[in-house]
Write a protein that binds this ligand. Structure first.
Ligand SMILES: Cc1cc2nc3c(=O)[nH]c(=O)nc-3n(C[C@H](O)[C@H](O)[C@H](O)COP(=O)(O)OP(=O)(O)OC[C@H]3O[C@@H](n4cnc5c(N)ncnc54)[C@H](O)[C@@H]3O)c2cc1C
Length: 467
């Protein structure tokens, strides 16, 4: 029975792959057709010389993908212009952060230069480029404008895509906690030193980041005491029993002590102990918090408090328009949006970006947004590293699991593929490393950019990015 279910699952995976391919074809065809289409008529009173902004807030998996899709689909003479607002100097590649918190020599690879796959992105000049790039942070959204933190500018928008993802108070290993590459690299090196110099490391959180970091640290430093504290009944509890078991076995293999159904209530640096809710005290000279990711939805708080859920996610309609009828041209996608995705990840974020981008394109043609997002189990694939040379890739639909144990040969987790997918040459990055502070838009030296046509076909990130 179980093998029948697995067989069915493989078939559904193949069907999903085909449907994904067809959707790429559809989008590519639509981009070609729209490239030849006449621009939509201007609304009454609008000046033809004034570009009409489609503003994207945040340029990681969701926002960057939406920007690429929009710029490749809008006709060349479109009155619409894509404007991206992003504070980070580089695309922060989250997947490798736990590994690079432990293993040295690769940390620069977590910061991929913007620009290769989207000319104008991240660079000094966007003149003649399909995207206007503003290195800044949106502090609030209004009915027709967004307010920028550094310049104080009110940037007008006709359509807005909020792709601000999640943030975390403690920074590494879940997010970098810095906006430029040079200091991000330093933060990673600081964490490596902290772990290297410690004898007793306490890692909090038995999700992917905590399990990966704890197993990497135990593998690299077998003589250190590594303790993983997790509040739930099992590590990786959001995934299937098979992955939970695989993770637990590898934690044991590497000598990590796992404490379940308990929480850290205080950390005392002076006495070098952490205290758990159960009263247990653990010696600790290096404390790493892998919990506490929160959706970055605060920019909507003023204009639409009712569309922010208690957990911080933005409530959206199936079209990914914000669930507020007063804001029909505002969309949200990626980790910040509540889409009922069981295990939100980059794939789901990119699928959502496609829906938002397609609906914005429809709306620019005066059509009602009709594309909808439905969570798809196949997007929830995870490749969990379990020490420096092993992993388990997992697909699950809530009932059946497919587990593929793997050997990992590349300490940098093949992140060169992600550089290539983003149009950057691995690991070439000129100039940006010299930047130590950010002072407003375009303060960073541009990453090395390749020449590309003004409206390139948007390359697909997932074709080359590993799970
Ligand atoms: C340690 C770790 C490992 C992971 N590994 C995997 C994996 O192997 N596979 C996988 O598929 N997923 C993985 N994920 C999940 C994946 O990283 C997220 O699902 C994905 O990053 C979500 O993308 P996003 O674009 O929605 O948001 P984010 O990646 O959070 O990006 C949001 C962007 O918005 C910007 N931003 C935020 N606020 C503002 C503002 N006010 N103004 C302007 N810009 C703003 C930020 O600077 C950032 O660039 C991992 C996550 C973590 C933490």
């Amino acid at each position: 029975m179980e093998s029948l279910q697995r067989g069915l699952m493989y078939t559904r995976l193949v069907a999903y792959g085909v449907s994904l391919y067809l959707s790429i074809l559809r989008r590519s065809l639509s981009a070609r057709i729209s490239g030849r289409a006449a621009p939509p008529p201007l609304p009454e009173g609008a000046s033809p010389s004034e570009p009409r902004n489609i503003v994207i807030v945040g340029a990681a998996f969701a926002g960057y993908h939406a920007a690429r899709l929009l710029t490749s689909t809008l006709p060349k003479d479109s009155p619409y212009r894509v404007v991206v607002v992003e504070p980070n100097s580089h695309f922060n590649f989250t997947w490798v952060l736990p590994r690079f918190c432990v293993v040295d020599g690769h940390e620069h690879k977590a910061f991929i230069p913007y620009g290769g796959g989207l000319p104008g992105a991240g660079g000094k000049s966007d003149i003649g480029k399909p995207v206007k790039w503003i290195r800044d942070r949106v502090v609030s959204v209004g009915k027709k404008t967004v307010k920028l933190r550094d310049s104080g500018e009110e940037l007008p928008y006709e359509f807005l895509i909020i792709a601000t993802g999640s943030s975390v108070k403690d920074g590494l290993p879940s997010r970098v906690g810095s906006e430029d590459k040079a200091s991000g690299v330093e933060l990673l090196r600081g964490m490596q030193r902290k772990i290297r110099d410690a004898k007793k490391v306490v890692v909090v959180g038995g999700g992917a980041a905590g399990v990966e970091l704890a197993t990497d640290a135990a593998d690299k430093y077998p003589d250190k005491k590594i303790v993983l504290v997790h509040s739930r009944h099992a590590v990786m509890q959001r995934f299937g029993a098979g992955l939970q078991k695989g993770a637990a076995e590898n934690l044991k293999r590497l000598g990590v002590e796992v404490i379940l159904e308990d929480r850290v209530v205080s950390e005392d640096e002076a006495s070098r102990t952490v205290t758990l809710r159960s009263g247990k005290e653990i010696d600790c000279d290096c404390f790493i918090n892998c919990t506490g990711q929160k959706p970055s939805s605060e920019i909507l708080a003023e204009i639409s408090p009712s569309s922010i859920l208690p957990d911080g996610h933005i409530k959206v309609k199936p079209t990914l328009q914000v669930a507020d009828d007063a804001l029909p041209n505002v969309y949200a996608c990626g980790d910040v949006a509540e889409t009922k995705t069981p295990n939100p990840n980059s794939r789901a974020a990119m699928r959502q970006a496609e829906v938002a981008a397609d609906n914005v394109i429809s709306a620019t043609r005066n059509k009602t947004p009709r594309f909808t997002y439905t969570p798809e189990w196949a997007n929830g694939v995870i490749k969990l590293t379990l020490g420096l040379d092993r992993s388990i890739t997992h697909w699950g639909d809530g009932k059946t699991e497919l587990l593929m144990p793997g050997e990992e040969k590349d300490l940098a987790l093949m992140c060169d593929g992600s550089w290539t997918a983003l149009g950057a040459k691995p690991f070439e990055d000129t100039g940006a490393m010299a930047t130590t502070s950010k002072a407003g838009a375009h303060a960073v030296e541009p990453a090395k950019m390749q020449d590309a046509p003004a409206h390139p076909e948007a390359p697909r990130l997932e074709t080359t990015v590993a799970a």
